[in-house]
Design a protein around this ligand. Structure first.
Ligand SMILES: Nc1ncnc2c1ncn2[C@@H]1O[C@H](COP(=O)(O)OP(=O)(O)OP(=O)(O)O)[C@@H](O)[C@H]1O
Length: 350
């Protein structure tokens, strides 16, 4: 079986602008693949070429072995697309919009009706089958776009930011539906700006920037590149009250809050105050993966790669020095931060 998507040296130019610059990418059948990158990286352009909405300027693109230009219909019939924009026929009840879509892809009327009903059920808006698209709420519109992508029972489902601007409940519902489809064997290409989405769903992700591929990795590898911050509020052992900022500082240094304020945000190793100004500072910075430990707004802030797996070591180090943990919060690195780090590195490598 050929790969679900295979591009070689794919180029798209809009006048002077190179939206895709020799992009080579391979997505295997059955994969859940993420396409990540900052605004304008070329993600939508890439999708548009696969589905025939944009014409490539150079290179090759195939879907399950079908050339997207020479074998357009075969390639297109294999794909279900839920686009970012709402480009839906507004004059018919949504069930009919789905029937038309199936018919356009060569599915017979009876089967088209069955699939339309099933797709609406799958995304949870079957009760709205006789309403028009414009009458649906924003969340239902997103659900409908997914139903429309599913009505042809595609082998490759392409989702362009399917959860942009939707509430938490709907995001989880959409995740559940697409995860199920992938479990049933549908290959999925997803673009997203949400790191939890990539992390939760994708087997592999490609990072695009300015039309070129910076990297392909697992979401875990990707997350390992950014720096998380573990915030801990501690109290001294046996003390029932949560420590005030001053008390956290005073407990460790014998100094007032000002010296801590001076060191705020500075890595321990560089700060005048030294590791001693931070609760269990020396122990914390000795932990594998910890980059710095400071006091910020009365909380201990530990910067670490893979905050989730480092946090237990941080808590152990604090407890070993007699601190009790009042609360813990892990602020994950964002995709934006990872993009910035990767693109900066790319520039300095040039
Ligand atoms: N029809 C067009 N005409 C001219 N330029 C275009 C056209 N479509 C896209 N571009 C440009 O191509 C580049 C890539 O755009 P594209 O929409 O593919 O990015 P994207 O990664 O999908 O971004 P976003 O995350 O914002 O959706 C951008 O610089 C964009 O302005």
């Amino acid at each position: 079986m050929p790969p679900a998507i295979e591009t070689e040296g794919l180029v798209k130019e809009y006048g002077e602008l190179r939206a895709l610059d020799e992009l080579s990418l391979r997505v295997e059948e059955g994969e859940f693949f993420g396409l990540l990158g900052p605004n304008g990286a070329g993600k939508t352009t890439f999708i548009n070429i696969l589905v025939g909405l944009a014409r490539k300027s150079g290179g090759e693109a195939r879907v399950f072995g079908h050339d997207v230009v020479d074998d357009y219909q075969e390639a297109r019939d294999a794909i279900g697309l839920a686009p970012q924009e709402f480009n839906v026929d507004r004059f018919f009840p949504i069930v009919e919009v789905l029937e038309h879509k199936a018919g356009y892809h060569g599915i017979q009327p009876e089967e088209a009706t069955r699939r339309a009903e099933e797709a609406l059920k799958r995304v949870g808006i079957h009760h709205k089958r006789d309403e028009r698209f414009d009458w649906l709420s924003g969340g239902m519109k997103r659900r409908f776009l997914l139903a429309r992508a599913l009505v042809t029972d595609p082998d490759l489902l392409i989702l362009d930011e399917p959860t942009a601007g939707v509430d938490v409940q709907l995001r989880h519902d959409i995740w559940e539906v697409i995860q199920e489809l992938n479990d049933e064997g549908t290959t999925i290409l997803l673009t997203t700006h949400y790191i939890e989405e990539a992390e939760r769903l994708c087997d592999r992700v490609a990072i695009l920037n300015e039309g070129t591929k910076l990297d392909v990795s697992t979401p875990e590898e990707l997350m390992g590149r950014g720096t998380d911050t573990i915030y801990v509020r501690v109290r001294e052992g046996g003390d029932a009250q949560a420590a005030e900022p001053e008390r956290v500082a005073a407990a460790a240094t014998g100094a007032g809050s000002e010296s801590v304020a001076d060191a705020e945000g500075e890595p321990v190793a560089d700060a005048d105050a030294s590791a001693a100004s931070v609760p269990a500072g020396d122990r914390l910075t000795a932990i594998d993966g910890v980059e710095s430990a400071t006091v910020q707004d009365g909380r201990l802030a530990v910067k670490a790669r893979n905050g989730g797996s480092t946090a237990p070591d941080v808590l152990n180090a604090l407890e070993a020095e007699g601190y009790e943990i009042a609360d813990l919060e892990i602020s994950r690195t964002s995709l934006e931060e990872i993009f910035v780090e990767m693109t900066n590195r790319e520039r300095s490598d040039r």
